[in-house]
Write a protein that binds this ligand. Structure first.
Ligand code: IPE
Ligand code: IPE
Ligand code: MG
Length: 268
């Protein structure tokens, strides 16, 4: 039987035992959730499969998380798909990933249309193999008029490269006399990043138990809350996303001040 998953209630019906959906405050879901999708290779190796099979399974997870975020009214979902350092991997794995990115983007266009998802890329996509770049450009065009959730895909993305590029862009404006050096403030830097115009991620999720950023959103995650799970990305699903959001909602975000939790109570 076709199940209707077009509403929050239906998409999140039947949670697994131990997850109490009433703990989720739907009015305080992060505007921008970011995923460092890690562990595809180990997921596959643990099952006696090739790393490529892990990447294919990872795409299924991303599809679920996209829909889950739309149902949760998230404004921006960003996902780290390929870093500037991932070129160091064996050529065959890089080729497969580039092929999968192109194939998936085409295959998922109907989903992006149905869910009104706008796609932006973070990273230098001009340096991708021709076929992948052309498909990305075609796909970007195809969903350019979508007005719903923004899906920001980090492909050939590295935060240091992004910051160096921002410095170049600002320096050029100064050289052209369009910007005064003293006007280079935090907003000017933010505006020169790939994420220009997007809110910073409030919640950064990393799967596979690694406690590092791996050159991801260094500037934008200055005050993000981190959620690290041992789950490999292909096993990450809507329920674990909800658990991450519930955990986020229990954090005392202070931004250098005293916040609203224990630190704010000065009983001395
Ligand atoms: C994440 O999974 C996907 C990419 C970096 C492209 P990995 O491929 O890093 O999987 P592990 O970390 O080797 O298990
Ligand atoms: C980070 O994962 C990049 C992506 C998820 C695309 P990696 O697997 O490349 O990170 P390291 O090498 O473990 O730091
Ligand atoms: Mg990895």
């Amino acid at each position: 039987m076709e199940t209707d998953d077009s509403t929050f209630e239906s998409y999140f019906a039947n949670p697994p035992e131990g997850l109490d959906m009433s703990l989720l405050d739907r009015s305080r879901v992060p505007r921008h959730i970011s995923c460092i999708m890690d562990g595809n290779g180990r997921w596959a190796v643990a099952r006696g499969m090739s790393r490529g099979e892990g990447h294919k399974a990872g795409i299924v997870s991303l599809r679920e998380i996209i829909t889950a975020c739309v149902r949760l009214d998230v404004e921006v979902l960003s996902a780290y798909a390929f870093s500037t350092e991932n070129w160091k991997r064996p050529q065959a794995e890089v080729n497969l990933l580039m092929h999968l990115f192109a194939q998936t983007f085409i295959e998922e266009l109907p989903l992006l249309k149905r869910e009104n998802v706008r796609v932006v890329f973070l990273g230098d996509i001009s340096a991708l193999p021709d076929q992948t770049r052309e498909v990305f450009e075609y796909g970007l065009n195809a969903c350019a008029d979508h007005t719903g959730m923004v899906l920001a895909l980090a492909v050939n993305y590295g935060a240091r490269a992004e910051l160096a590029r921002a410095a170049r862009l600002l320096a050029k404006k100064v050289a052209e006399g369009k910007l005064a050096p003293d006007d280079i403030d935090e907003d000017a830097v933010s505006g020169a990043l790939y994420t220009a115009g997007l809110p910073d991620p409030e919640l950064v999720i990393r799967t596979s138990g690694e406690f590092r950023l791996s050159n991801y959103l260094l500037w934008q995650s200055a005050y993000s809350e981190f959620y690290i799970t041992d789950t490999y990305w292909p096993d990450f699903n809507r329920w674990e996303l909800v658990s991450a959001i519930i955990a986020f909602q229990h954090r005392d975000r202070r931004f250098g001040g005293l916040g609203t939790g224990k630190a704010a109570r000065d009983d001395a």
